[in-house]
Design a protein around this ligand. Structure first.
Ligand code: HEM
Ligand code: HEM
Length: 187
């Protein structure tokens, strides 16, 4: 029989994962409901809220990514074979890329269209010369990136549930806010 090993993300990694993840999901939901109200003023308020959430994701996402290089994640559970490790690390790096690229495209589009960046009531003026054509192009790219975002998020959450309820390999516990024992090669 093999001993179980304690192998969890550290508290900072866990906190940043859940804060950035929840803000990211909220930004998506807010973007999806912003077309619902007929009133233009309400629509603008909702889009500004989306932008504020997105800019917060960008700032915390950069902190999270920097910390990722300082502190490596825990080893995968021993039950993860080579293919599972490759799938997990590829999808995690894709998520990190989206956490940075998606808000950058949203923010750049806003600035190039000559608009200030809203952040929860504050207004950050654009330091860039307006370029409407480029702003529109980057804005379109932002909207197109929504599709890989949906796929990556559904795959990520789906994979977590699959590991938790089908494979029962304890990988969710690695990210939960408590120390947890993760099944080792004994599983
Ligand atoms: C977590 C980061 C972000 C995510 C996941 C995200 C995601 C999305 C999604 C899913 C849409 C809807 C696309 C569609 O309806 O076709 C959208 C629209 C939009 N986003 Fe973002 N976004 C983020 C950050 C930002 C930022 C930082 C800005 C600008 C500062 C921004 C500006 C916009 C604008 C202007 C729209 C179009 C809204 C409309 O006209 O209906 N986004 N975003
Ligand atoms: C209900 C939603 C979510 C659940 C249940 C969840 C669960 C998890 C779990 C269990 C892990 C650890 C995987 C492992 O064992 O190695 C993880 C890692 C990760 N998650 Fe999530 N997640 C959620 C939402 C999100 C969202 C929305 C994002 C993107 C914004 C995200 C980005 C990441 C990234 C980048 C990692 C890799 C961390 C690293 O190794 O540095 N997660 N997630």
């Amino acid at each position: 029989m093999t001993d179980s090993v304690s192998s969890v993300y550290d508290p900072i990694q866990r906190a940043l994962h859940w804060i950035v993840g929840l803000l990211f999901l909220t930004a998506i939901v807010v973007a999806l409901v912003d077309d619902l109200p007929g009133d233009r003023a309400v629509h603008i308020q909702i889009v500004n809220f989306h932008k504020s959430l997105g800019l917060t994701v960008l700032a915390l996402g950069i902190v999270r990514l920097a910390y990722r290089f300082v502190k490596a994640p825990p080893d995968y559970p021993a039950s993860f074979d080579r293919r599972a490790r490759l799938a997990a690390s590829t999808s995690h790096w894709l998520l990190y890329a989206l956490i940075v690229i998606v808000p950058v495209t949203g923010g750049l589009a806003t600035l190039l269209l000559g608009r200030p960046l809203p952040w929860f009531g504050l207004s950050i003026p654009s330091p860039l010369a307006a370029d409407e054509a480029l702003g529109k192009l980057i804005g379109k790219t932002h909207k197109l990136l929504a599709y890989p975002v949906y796929i990556a998020v559904v795959a990520h959450i789906g994979a977590t549930f699959w590991h938790e309820f089908v494979k029962k390999d304890g990988s969710l516990a690695r990210m939960l806010p408590r120390r947890a024992k993760v099944a080792s090669a004994a599983e």
